[in-house]
Every structure is written in structure tokens, then in C-alpha cells.
Design a protein around this ligand. Structure first.
Ligand code: ADP
Length: 672
């Protein structure tokens, strides 16, 4: 950081006392020390050999020799053991770095340097960092430095540092004078040393670090790039020691631009004159400001005060060379900055910690700098972001829409996602409702057709009989039997339809109640076929039953009967005129039954659907039925813990197979 001439105040607005005693904070107490005298390995070997191979002399002498031998062995081995233990202790010992800052905590430049150092050594394993602030912006006379020396001598007496990093000139000067007596001959890495020269290290070894200076050529080139019409560069600095060094450095850069640019130096002036001058600068001028801490009249300005006044008064753009002016009126520039100074020094310290010799790390003369700009000043002078060189850092940039409205963006996002979900749910609900309405309409149509057909037929049979009675005509026995048979069949059909409807509503309410008893499957099959005899012979469907002996299970007889009835009635309905086979058997405790017809068959794509409620895949004109038989059958089979499936080929016929566990009564295997 810039040094001021004697008696000048140093830049800095934050005046709070924040000196940190890192050693105390970290609770470092007295550290144990183990002193080990090295042992000659040959000596140890001889002792051990004497102990075990010297067998001459009397038993007493031998015992004495043995005692001496054991003592000798212990004497030889113990130091070796201690050496190993101390080696392990040493491996766990952390390396220690002291950051010795010239100024105080809270001073932006110093804080930036400290951050930079920490960013570079933070990655190094097992390192303890101590941060000390000398506070020389508050006091900097020789007596104070002597007091600091005495304080540090007792404060850091017990802390074995591996490397010291100093920031800015006062700490560098202090280390050059007192390092060896306070800390011992340790590697020291400096940064923030203004206009460092190799001569500064004459007579001081184990030092390396970074020069701090300004980059004027880069800044003049930057001004010409962003303001191609520039004719005059107006250079501002003060007349302090650092100011005159800065002047010299700037003057070295000038010859390269001779003939192209004029240079005007504003140095030994009062602030009032300076402000008046910049307020009247003609077009084609650009100000290059370094620092102006003290004017000709002796007025002191804080580092941000001076530039704020100058920038406000100037009628031409103002550029800078140090980052502490950024945000206070300069457009920007190729800026020397505290963070990069600290980081450079931290990197060197990290190399020392990794075993590099400090003598092998030469000081860096070109001070690190960065292209940095202030969006507010860019806007004032009409400079666009796209005009800037690559890798430029821009402060005060307007935050992105997302950054400003993070809550809103997330809120809208989440809201949209929620709405999309609700819309999707509503759409599904709508589709399901539509499907349900369609199915209900279809069902009503089918149901009215289905119910009306047997009733009409029943009514016709009864009317025939009534007419014959009214006419006192003798009804022939055959007609009588046909009419009564028909009426009975239609009554039966009606009965089945109503039962199916009742079953559906029962299933919807809850689990189907089962009356479980020991039942024989073959008996049920034979009963059903017997009941169907009339229908079977009427439509011409011979039935073959093939069963594996007596297969019984603990089932609800009427429900199993209902399933077989449904399957057989479908086989008759969809396979009229063709033979039907009913097969049953048992495998691994499960009874199975297949009803096979050779009728119209079912499309593959429809086969899963036919077990759903109201599912019909044939037209109502061709085939009757509510589309409930297979649905009810599936639910009955499932209530018995079984399953039902179909195997069908359109045009070749269908096989419906039911599998039900036989589970003995009380077996508890069955879902009910
Ligand atoms: P329904 O009681 O109206 O016959 P089901 O639930 O028993 O209704 O059958 C549903 C649909 O499955 C029938 O409308 C028919 O399209 C088809 N189906 C059932 N059994 C057979 C079969 N044996 N052959 C061809 N199609 C069948």
C-alpha cells in the first residue's frame, strides 16, 4: 500500500481497534519439548551383542554380566524408541504461518491482502495461521516500533513459525530490522512494498516477495482503446515520497507515446485548483488518477475523498491505477489491488511450506493487477460492457433479473409447476369422468336392452297362454311345454342379470362375503353342465368334461358355481354350434379349471380389458350381456386367493382358466 511522506496521515476510513491476538485466540499453551540425544548405531549393536553372546565366567559373573547387558540394551534401545515416538509426534505437528500486517483489521486494503494470503495457503494441509496487525496508521514512530519488538518477543516466544508473510512497507521494514532477534532466521515473504528494488534486500537474507507499483503503460493503452479520440492524458498524483516515485514511474512510460499524446501533470496544486482545472478540461482529455492524499496547502484527503471530489468535478472521463479508487469515481483501469498482492505472497509462502527454499524463489518485480471497472461510471461516460477487454471485472453491475427477483422467479416457477400439476390432474379427472359417463350411457343402453329382451319374450309366452285360455282353446301339450320352458328360461336370464347387478354393487361396497365350505370341483362342473343341457342341445354345443379325480377345496360353492356358469354361458354364446371342453385338475395345492370353446375368439389387445366392469368387445346387436360376468368372476376368484386368465385367438376360440388355492378350512391362506 502507498506510503506517505513523514507526518502525513495514511489513507483509511475505518478507525476501529481490531488488533487480533491470534495466538491467544487459538489457545496455544506451552508446548512440550522432547530432547533426544542421538545414539551411534554401532554402539547399540555392540551392547546388544554383548548381552546375548557373552557366556563365559561363573554363574554369578554371568548373572552380573546379564544384568549389565539388559541395562546396556535398554540404554541403547530407549533413545531409538524415543526417536521413533518423536518422529510420529513431529509428523502430526502443524506448520505455522504468521501474517504480519502493517495496518489494522477493517482497513480495506489490508483485509484484501489478508484474504489473498489465506486464499493461497488455505489449501495447504496441517497449517496454522496467525494474523497480527501492527496498526501503524495510528502510531508509527521509532519508539512504537521498539515497543512492538519487545511485545512480539514475549508474545510469540513459544510459537515456532515456519514462515512470515508481511503486508505493506512498515511490516517489511520491521522484519528487516527485527526479524532475527524476535522470530529467528525464518523465511519471510513480503507484499505491498511500494517500488521495491533488489537493493532493499542488501544484507538481509531469506526474504522474497512482491513489488507494489502501478502499471502506466497498460492504463494508457486501455484509455486509448476505450477513448480512441484521446489527445491529452492528465496525470494526477501528490508530492509525497510515494507520489514522487509514482511520478518517476509515469514519466518512464511517456516517451513511447510522444507525437501521439500530450501529457499534463497535476501534482503540486491545491485541491481547489485541481478541481477547477479538471472542470475546464477540453474534449479529447482523459484523467489518469493515482492518489492525492495531501494538496499543496497541506490539506489531507482520505483515499476515497480526493477521488470523489475530482471525479464529480471532472468534465472528462477519469481512470485510476489502484483499486481503492474503484467505486469512488474512476471508470476503472488496470488496477493494482490488495487481494492479488496477498495471494502472490501466499503462493510463495505455500511453496516454502511445501519444502522450497526461499532463496530459490526470486522476488516478483511486476506487480499483479487486474482490469476492473465501475458500471456506474461506465454508464455516465457511455462505455458498454462489450467495449471492455476480456477478463474485466465490473463492480456495481445491475443485478440480473433473476438475482433481483429470485423469490418471485422461484415463486412463479413453483406456482407454474403446481398449476401444471393441477391442470394435468383436472385433465385426467375430466377424461375419467367422460369415460365414466360414456360407460354409464352405454351401460344404460345395454341394460335396458338386456332387461327388456327376456321380459318381452316372457310376456309373449304368457300372452300366448292367456289367448288360448280366453278362446277356451285347448293348448297343445307341445306348445304349452315350449311356452312354459321359454318363460322359465327368460325368468332365469332375468334372475342372472339382476344377480350380476347386485353382485357389482356388493363388490363396490367392500370385500365379497364368502361362505367357505369343503367343496368338490367336479360336482360343481357337472351341476352347471346339467343346468345348461337345454341350451347346449338347442345351440348345438357338445360338452366334454375331463377331470383329474375328486378335487376339493375350501370354497364358497355358489360363487364357484357362478364362475363356471359365467364361463360356460359365454362359451355357449360366443361358440354356438361348436364343441366345448371343460377340463380341471390340481397342481401344487392349486385347483385349476379351463373352459374352452371354438367360437369367435378375442383380439389380443382386448383380452385384458374384458375382465373390467361393463367391458364388452362385441356389439349389443350381435350378442347380449351386461359386460359384468367376467368382472364378477374375476372378483370371486380373487376373493378366493386365485386368478383368472384368457388365452384366445380371434376366429379359433377362447380358453378361460381359473386357478384357486385349495387351502383347507381354517388354513388362513385365503384373502376374503
Ligand atoms: P357378458 O356377461 O356381457 O358376456 P362378460 O364379462 O362375461 O360379459 O364378457 C365380457 C366380454 O368379453 C364379452 O362382451 C365378449 O366381448 C368377451 N367374451 C367373453 N367370453 C368370451 C368368449 N368365450 N369368446 C369370445 N368373447 C368372449
Amino acid at each position: 500500500m502507498l506510503r506517505l511522506g513523514a507526518g502525513q496521515r495514511r489513507p483509511g476510513r475505518v478507525e476501529a481497534h481490531a488488533v487480533e491476538d491470534a495466538a491467544r485466540d487459538r489457545g496455544l499453551g506451552d508446548e512440550a519439548m522432547i530432547c533426544i540425544r542421538p545414539v551411534h548405531s554401532g554402539q547399540a549393536r555392540t551392547s546388544i551383542a554383548n548381552t546375548f553372546f557373552n557366556r563365559s565366567g561363573s554363574p554369578a559373573a554371568r548373572t552380573a554380566t546379564m544384568r549389565r547387558g539388559i541395562t546396556g540394551f535398554l540404554r541403547a534401545a530407549l533413545p531409538l524408541l524415543l526417536l521413533a515416538v518423536s518422529g510420529a509426534a513431529h509428523a502430526a505437528e502443524p506448520r505455522r504461518v504468521l501474517i504480519l500486517n502493517s495496518y489494522h483489521q477493517g482497513y480495506k486494503w489490508t483485509d484484501d491482502e489478508t484474504r489473498g494470503v489465506l486464499s493461497a495457503i488455505g489449501h495447504t494441509k496441517n497449517v496454522r495461521v496467525y494474523v497480527e496487525y501492527m496498526g501503524t496508521k495510528w502510531s508509527s514512530d521509532q519508539a512504537y516500533f521498539r515497543q512492538l519488538r519487545d511485545i512480539y518477543q514475549s508474545k510469540f516466544r513459544k510459537i515456532p513459525f515456519d514462515v512470515i508473510v508481511s503486508t505493506d512497507n512498515d511490516a517489511f521494514d520491521f522484519l528487516r530490522r527485527h526479524r532475527d532477534e524476535v522470530f529467528g532466521k525464518l523465511p519471510a515473504v513480503f507484499c505491498g512494498v511500494n517500488f521495491f528494488q533488489m537493493e532493499d534486500l542488501a544484507g538481509h537474507d531469506l526474504f522474497t516477495g512482491l513489488n507494489e507499483t502501478a502499471e502506466f503503460k497498460e492504463n494508457i493503452d486501455l484509455i486509448l482503446r476505450l477513448h480512441p479520440g484521446t489527445k491529452t492524458i492528465v496525470f494526477i498524483t501528490d508530492t509525497s515520497i510515494t507520489g514522487s516515485k509514482t511520478h518517476d514511474l509515469f514519466v518512464q512510460a511517456v516517451p513511447e507515446y510522444r507525437g501521439r499524446l500530450n501529457f499534463q501533470l497535476l501534482e503540486d496544486v491545491t485541491m481547489n485548483d485541481l478541481l477547477e482545472t479538471v472542470a475546464r478540461l477540453p474534449d479529447g482529455s482523459v484523467v489518469l488518477h493515482t492518489f492525492f492524499f495531501k494538496d499543496k496547502a497541506g490539506r489531507i484527503f482520505e483515499y476515497d475523498e480526493g477521488i470523489e471530489l475530482i471525479s464529480a468535478a471532472s468534465r472528462v472521463p477519469v481512470y485510476g491505477a489502484w483499486d481503492f479508487s474503484l467505486g469512488h469515481g474512476i471508470i476503472g483501469g488496470y488496477l493494482t489491488n490488495g487481494f492479488d498482492q496477498g495471494r502472490g505472497a501466499g503462493e510463495m509462502a505455500a511453496r516454502v511450506l511445501s519444502g522450497a527454499r526461499v532463496e530459490d524463489i526470486p522476488p516478483v518485480m511486476k506487480s499483479p493487477a487486474r482490469l476492473m471497472f465501475d458500471q456506474r461510471q461506465m454508464d455516465r461516460w457511455g462505455i458498454r460492457r462489450t467495449d471492455l477487454p476480456e477478463n474485466s471485472v465490473v463492480i456495481n453491475a445491475p443485478p440480473s433479473f433473476y438475482a433481483v427477483n429470485k423469490g418471485l422467479v422461484w415463486g412463479v416457477g413453483v406456482g407454474m409447476a403446481g398449476l401444471t400439476l393441477v391442470v394435468a390432474l383436472l385433465a385426467r379427472l375430466y377424461r375419467e369422468t367422460q369415460r365414466a359417463v360414456r360407460m354409464r350411457d352405454e351401460f344404460l343402453m345395454v341394460a335396458s336392452h338386456e332387461l327388456r329382451t327376456p321380459i318381452t319374450s316372457l310376456r309373449l309366452s304368457l300372452q300366448t297362454l292367456q289367448r288360448a285360455e280366453r278362446m277356451s282353446a285347448k293348448v297343445g301339450a307341445e306348445l304349452m311345454s315350449r311356452s312354459v320352458g321359454l318363460a322359465a328360461r327368460q325368468g332365469e336370464r332375468l334372475n342372472r342379470l339382476i344377480d350380476e347387478l347386485l353382485d357389482v354393487s356388493r363388490i363396490e361396497i367392500g370385500p365379497l362375503p364368502l361362505d367357505l365350505r369343503d367343496v368338490e370341483l367336479g360336482a360343481i362342473v357337472r351341476d352347471v353342465v346339467e343346468r345348461f343341457e337345454g341350451d347346449l342341445s338347442r345351440v348345438g354345443c357338445p360338452v366334454a368334461i375331463q377331470g383329474d379325480g375328486a378335487i376339493s377345496g375350501c370354497w364358497d360353492r355358489s360363487r364357484i358355481d357362478q364362475v363356471v356358469t359365467n364361463l360356460l354361458s359365454n362359451a355357449v354364446k360366443f361358440g354356438a354350434g361348436k364343441p366345448i371342453e371343460i377340463l380341471f385338475g390340481e397342481q401344487a395345492g392349486t385347483a385349476w379349471l379351463t373352459v374352452r370353446d371354438h367360437g369367435i375368439g378375442i383380439e389380443q389387445a382386448q383380452q385384458a380389458r374384458i375382465f373390467e366392469r361393463f367391458a364388452r368387445v362385441v356389439s349389443i346387436q350381435s350378442y347380449g350381456g351386461l359386460g359384468l360376468g367376467l368382472y364378477v368372476s374375476r372378483r370371486v376368484v380373487e376373493a378366493h386367493g386365485g386368478r383368472i386368465r384368457v388365452d384366445s385367438q380371434p376366429g379359433s376360440g377362447s380358453s378361460f382358466t381359473v386357478e384357486i388355492p385349495r387351502a383347507e378350512p381354517g388354513g388362513g391362506e385365503r384373502k376374503e
